[in-house]
Ligand binder design. Sequence first.
Ligand SMILES: NC(=O)c1ccc[n+]([C@@H]2O[C@H](COP(=O)([O-])OP(=O)(O)OC[C@H]3O[C@@H](n4cnc5c(N)ncnc54)[C@H](OP(=O)(O)O)[C@@H]3O)[C@@H](O)[C@H]2O)c1
Length: 281
Amino acid sequence: MARHVFGSTGQAIEQIGQGSWYIEQGDKREAIAALRRGLDLGLSHIDTAEMYGDGRSEAIIGEAITGRREGVFLVSKVLPHNASRQGVRAACERSLKHLKTDRLDCYLLHWRGPHPLAETFAAFEALKQEGKILSWGVSNFDEDDLDEALRAAGKGRIACNQVLYHLRERAIEHAVIPWSERNGVAVTAYSPFGHDDFPEPGSTQGKLLAEIATAHGATARQVALAFLTRRTSVFAIPKAGRTAHVEENAEALGLALSAAEIARIDAAFPLGRKPHSLPMI
Ligand SMILES: NC(=O)c1ccc[n+]([C@@H]2O[C@H](COP(=O)([O-])OP(=O)(O)OC[C@H]3O[C@@H](n4cnc5c(N)ncnc54)[C@H](OP(=O)(O)O)[C@@H]3O)[C@@H](O)[C@H]2O)c1
């Protein structure tokens, strides 16, 4: 699978990356080995947040990327209550320290909070001027939040919007993905395996995934990732604390589904109506 440009960054990366929520709760050495194996296999987009394990997820990633920072597209997030002009700077510096690096490739507002977007974005722009972040974006923004963000930031500034997207939660297909494609904003799909809600092999949905997977010599999870990244604007960040899981996820980079297979998955995991507010976890 070819690399694709990540929103307004101009940087091309693989469409599958690596999440890290709760990574500090597993075996640390295994988590570091898994992250490094992912980098070897092209999963350069590593996602973390100051919230994850109160900086312990960032610290594990810092160890994993030591000596290989150039090959990483590193993303972290500021908590909404820290997203004031000064708070963003302090949070970013803490994250850089945990991650043992001098820059983030992209820095996100984790979700909307008490501080005006214009203030948060001005803080992001100042960090960008200083080279501490190379781009910035948002997370858990619905269409109307994105409109407001675009008015506050101006065109070409927002690199991405990181949102919930898995086979059983496709709400972003209604408006968020079309909005993002119109405005050159990357969509990062979080919890692509439903966090802990992946179709059981024996269920009707699981059987369909298995049937399609068998036809490709692939697995159900690889089929799910290929479906979610079928549009070049969408980048998925499955979290895997085990090397075998990372290897399986990376194999999805080479999997292209036919239009007929996409239509069958679409029917088995119905889009449903547009919800009043964007689902998030
Ligand atoms: N912006 C936000 O508000 C937000 C919210 C939620 C998540 N996120 C980001 O998105 C990332 C991914 O979401 P998530 O962690 O919620 O859930 P997820 O990626 O949907 O699922 C993670 C679970 O799937 C398992 N797994 C991964 N690959 C597997 C494989 N090939 N076979 C079997 N099991 C596999 C993992 O197990 P092991 O760990 O044991 O390998 C883990 O239990 C997060 O880690 C975080 O970076 C962002």
